[in-house]
Design a protein around this ligand. Structure first.
Ligand code: FES
Length: 279
C-alpha cells in the first residue's frame, strides 16, 4: 500500500485536523515512559541486567533494622532512610537488531521498495534500541516509473539509497506519532526550496528534512532527529545497528531508560495526524 492518489484509504490516509484544534494541543505533551506490564526480562548479551529494587531495598532496611536492634536501639529511627537508587536499565552498546515487517516476517529492501515510497502516507515505526524509542522507517524514492522524492541520501540504504530511519520522538517536547509524521509531497502547500516532503510535528510546528539527516527546517525544535544507522544485508534484509545525532528526546543517553528491544523489532502502522502549521 502506498497511499497514493486513487488508492483505497483504509489506513493510508491522513486525518486532517484544523489548526484551531491543534493549537489547543497540550503544550509539552510529555514524552511518556509507560510502565512495562509483563514478564520480567532476562538480560541478553550486552544488556544491563534488571534489578529487583523492591526486594533489594527491603533487604537493606532489614539489615539496617538488625543493626539498630543489635545496638540496643540506641540509634534513632530517623536514621532509617531510603538508601536505594533508582533502577538503571538500558544497554551497554548499540545492538544489531533485525527489522521485521508488520506480518512478523523479515523485512527486506525489496518489500520496502515495492510497498512504500515518497507518496506513502501511512506512518511506519519500529522501536530501537530500547522498547520506548520509536523510529520512522521511510522510503524517499519516487513510485516506480514516477518522479520526485530523493535517492542516495545520507544514511540511506537499499538499491537507491532511499530507505532511511529517524527517531519518531520530536526533539522539541517529545510528541510521538501520529502527531509527528512524514508528509508526502503535496500534503501541505509549504515547500523548502525544491523540497516538498518532510517530517512534521503538529504539536508546535517543528519540521525536519529527511534528505539531510533530519536537520531542522522549522522550529521550535533546534536539534535534528537522531538517525538510525541501517544495514542492508546481502540477503536483502534490513537491520538497525546504531544511531547518530543527539540523544533521543526524553533520554539523557539513547541507550538508557528502558530495556532493549531484543534481537528483532517489528514495524507497526498508524494513520497520521496532519496539520500544516508550518511557519
Ligand atoms: S513537540 Fe513541540 S513541535 Fe514537536
Amino acid at each position: 500500500m502506498n497511499g497514493g492518489p486513487g488508492e483505497s484509504c483504509a489506513d493510508s490516509c491522513p486525518r486532517m485536523f484544523d489548526l484551531a484544534s491543534t493549537s489547543r494541543f497540550p503544550v509539552g505533551q510529555a514524552y511518556k515512559l509507560a510502565p512495562y506490564i509483563g514478564p520480567r526480562k532476562v538480560a541478553g548479551p550486552g544488556e544491563i541486567p534488571e534489578v529487583d529494587e523492591t526486594k533489594r531495598n527491603a533487604l537493606k532496611l532489614a539489615v539496617v533494622a538488625g543493626v539498630i536492634a543489635a545496638g540496643g536501639g540506641g540509634l534513632v529511627g530517623a536514621s532509617l532512610q531510603y538508601v536505594g537508587k533508582p533502577p538503571i536499565v538500558g544497554l551497554a552498546s548499540y545492538p544489531k537488531v533485525q527489522i521485521m515487517d508488520v506480518d512478523g516476517s523479515p523485512l527486506t529492501a525489496t518489500k520496502v521498495m515495492n510497498e512504500y515510497n515518497v507518496t506513502t502516507h501511512t506512518v511506519l515505526t519500529y522501536n530501537y534500541p530500547l522498547r520506548d524509542e520509536p523510529n520512522f522507517l521511510i522510503n524517499l524514492a519516487p513510485p516506480a516509473g514516477g518522479s520526485g522524492g530523493a535517492t542516495h541520501v545520507p544514511g540511506g540504504v537499499g538499491p537507491l539509497g532511499s530507505i532511511v530511519s529517524f527517531s519518531a520522538i520530536c526533539q522539541h517536547l517529545g510528541c510521538e506519532p501520529p502527531n509527528i509524521t512524514f508528509y508526502p509531497p503535496g500534503t501541505c502547500p509549504q515547500t523548502f526550496g525544491k523540497l516538498d516532503f518532510y517530517i512534521h510535528c503538529v504539536c508546535h510546528g517543528s519540521t525536519y528534512d529527511p534528505t539531510n539527516k533530519a536537520a531542522n527546517l522549522t522550529g521550535p525544535a533546534v536539534l535534528p532527529l537522531p538517525q538510525v544507522t541501517l544495514l542492508w544485508e546481502s540477503d536483502d534484509t534490513l537491520w538497525a545497528t546504531g544511531e547518530t545525532g543527539p540523544p533521543v528526546n526524553g533520554h539523557l543517553d539513547t541507550l538508557q531508560g528502558d530495556y532493549g528491544v531484543g534481537s528483532n523489532s517489528q514495524l507497526v502502522k498508524q494513520s497520521p495526524i496532519v496539520a500544516c502549521n508550518i511557519a
